[in-house]
Write a protein that binds this ligand. Structure first.
Ligand code: ZN
Length: 177
């Protein structure tokens, strides 16, 4: 008989999507982030994915890696920001846009302000921990001289279903739905 740890989850039941290259719009980049979230699920991680676009190119892709690294800071957005800075050759990410499947937490929202990234697009709003408008708005620190443009709700339904399904399955101790 197989034994399941409480972190064991069955393979992700959602399929990756293949967006049209004809329109490199927010939906396109968010679809890439969505696909990374599916990769995260299949590695037993909370399914959150992020990509960074700069000058029309994807310069960073990451998904949540907290479980595999044992590192509480290994959120998709932090990994994507670090990777984007390396790719661009500058820690200042002015001109870049980060796409992430869930509203950034306090740590990641802070990192985005510090990186001076131009724009953040997220899918699922998080009224509990989201810090770009959901629970609070770090972007509105009264004396901060950097403002990130924020757009919420792109592919919200798809990304929400993915995250909810993951937690539902994990709560059941790994039993498939
Ligand atoms: Zn975070």
């Amino acid at each position: 008989m197989e034994e399941f740890s409480d972190k064991t989850v069955p393979p992700c039941p959602f399929q990756k999507r293949y967006p049209s290259l004809l329109a490199l719009d927010d939906g396109y980049y968010m679809t890439l982030a969505y696909n990374l979230a599916i990769d995260a699920w299949n590695k037993g991680e909370v399914p959150i994915g992020a990509v960074v676009e700069f000058e029309g190119e994807v310069v960073a892709r990451a998904h949540n890696c907290v479980e595999s690294t044992g590192d509480p800071t290994a959120h998709a957005e932090i990994l994507a920001l670090t990777s984007a800075a390396r790719a661009i050759g500058d820690w200042r990410l002015s001109g870049a846009t980060l796409y992430v499947t869930k509203e950034p937490c306090p740590m990641c929202s802070g990192a985005m302000v510090m990186s001076r990234i131009s724009r953040v697009v997220y899918a699922v709003r998080d009224p509990k921990m989201g810090c770009l408008g959901g629970a609070t708005d770090l972007n509105a620190l009264p004396r901060s001289n950097h403002r990130v443009i924020v757009d919420a709700g792109v592919m919200e339904q798809e990304c929400l279903e993915l995250i909810q399904a993951f937690f539902s399955v994990r709560r059941q101790g790994g039993a498939a739905e």
